[in-house]
Write a protein that binds this ligand. Structure first.
Ligand code: PGA
Length: 248
């Protein structure tokens, strides 16, 4: 049985004091969740967020990191710094990173390997654009992204890996993939994992859906057999909405 993960991607929202306030409000309303609950605030909030969630069932994740441990890389943070701050998860390859910061599958691959090597739980994001979906190339795009961002990982322990399927056209648009479409692509991702990494990895890896998840559609998505949770953007900024997703 794969335990569902519900992760909130706060993106560039919530200052430190706002983050601490949101966490205080969140703690009591998600405390009985069956799912694994994760929040991903901005890098500057991580330390405070880790103390604020202390002793609760809420885990903390970063939204990005560089693959090197340390050195002359102005503006970056690394897996070593995340571990030292007791951060547990890290979102990697989010479509906004790919689109605005030109991250490639090869960049993301280095980050995923570094995260796993440092004992972090990467949430690797993949997904097709609207053009790609309409052009009928969704499955090719997904295959390229999996092969590129998971290159040279055959010998690695992938127990900590989480994947998020986020169709780019569904992110922040209010358009959710139908539960059937999301389930189909996630099933396809699992098939790729089975072919490339074997049954154990395919059966154990949590694959989340992301893209305009809200309280009103969370349950039907989560009930699909291939969908193991959600990566939630906009709706994770509202305590009640996020709690209702977590407690679907
Ligand atoms: P959204 O974002 O829920 O606001 O669509 C999802 C994401 O970007 O992870």
């Amino acid at each position: 049985m794969r335990r569902p993960v519900i992760a909130g991607n706060w993106k560039l929202n919530k200052t430190v004091s706002e983050a601490v306030e949101l966490i205080s409000a969140l703690k009591p309303v998600v405390k009985d969740a069956a799912a694994e609950v994760v929040i991903c605030p901005t890098a500057i909030c991580l330390t405070e967020a880790v103390s604020a969630v202390g002793g609760t069932n809420i885990g903390v994740g970063a939204q990005n990191m560089f693959h090197k441990d340390s050195g002359a890389f102005t503006g970056e943070i690394s897996p070593v710094f995340l571990k030292a701050a007791n951060v547990e998860y890290v979102i990697l390859g989010h479509s906004e990173r790919r689109q605005y910061f030109k991250e490639t599958d090869a960049d993301i691959n280095k980050k995923v390997i570094a995260a796993l090597n440092h004992g972090l739980k990467p949430i690797l994001c993949i997904g097709e654009t609207l053009e790609e979906r309409e052009g009928g190339t969704t499955f090719e795009v997904i295959t390229t992204q999996i092969d590129g961002s998971m290159a040279d990982m055959k010998e690695m322990n992938l127990d900590n890996l989480i994947i998020a399927y986020e169709p780019v056209w569904a992110i922040g648009t209010g358009k959710t993939a139908t539960k059937e479409d999301a389930n189909e692509v996630i099933g396809f991702i699992r098939k790729l994992l089975r072919e490339r990494f074997g049954d154990k990895v395919a059966d154990a890896t949590r694959i989340l859906y992301g893209g305009s998840v809200k309280a009103s559609n969370a349950k039907e998505l989560m009930e699909m057999p291939e969908i193991d949770g959600a990566l939630v953007g906009g709706a994770s900024l509202d305590v009640n909405e996020f709690a209702n997703i977590v407690n679907y």
